[in-house]
Design a protein around this ligand. Structure first.
Ligand SMILES: [Zn+2]
Length: 158
């Protein structure tokens, strides 16, 4: 039987299918009640208003049931708020490989605008321009590289 933690961690983000919710930093905790086997999964949404969260909740319950944990509850926690800093190194590498520019870590300085750090995921050029605040989903912005002229999705940093 797959552990509840492993089953939940393997759920992929419905919008960015190359990355799991664990790598994205959405998955906060997986607790299994001793005795009852009831599983409580805690997640923090990436972007408020991202319709993907309903899909993610359903996907987690389905994955847990398939792994032998049919009694599962998914709780949503908004504090502390998710930030792009929670994306793991593996997750960042996968985003880059998929042509999605991973947001730069915010660090402890919120003054520096993130737009300075957006690099083209294809050629690595920092010569990029935001051409639309809305990319293929509400969570992404559309950017274009001035070096290779390719448009690409950039995850909005929070
Ligand atoms: Zn480029």
């Amino acid at each position: 039987m797959t552990s509840a933690r492993d089953a939940a961690a393997a759920v992929v983000d419905p919008e960015i299918r190359v990355i799991t919710i664990d790598e994205l930093g959405i998955l906060r905790a997986v607790d299994e009640e001793p005795g009852t086997g009831r599983v409580v999964v805690t997640i923090t949404p990436t972007y408020t208003g991202c319709p993907a969260m309903d899909v993610i909740r359903a996907d987690i319950r389905r994955a847990l049931a398939a792994a032998g944990h049919p009694d599962a509850e998914v709780r949503t926690v908004y504090h502390p708020a998710w930030s792009t800093d929670w994306i793991s190194d593996t997750g960042r590498a996968k985003l880059a490989a998929a042509g999605i520019a991973p947001p730069a870590p915010r660090g402890d300085d919120t003054v520096v605008p993130l737009t300075l750090a957006v690099r083209c995921p294809r050629c690595g050029s920092p010569e990029t321009t935001q051409i639309s605040r809305f990319g293929s989903t509400a969570c992404k912005a559309l950017w274009r590289c001035r070096s290779c002229s390719e448009p690409f999705d950039h995850l909005k940093a929070l």
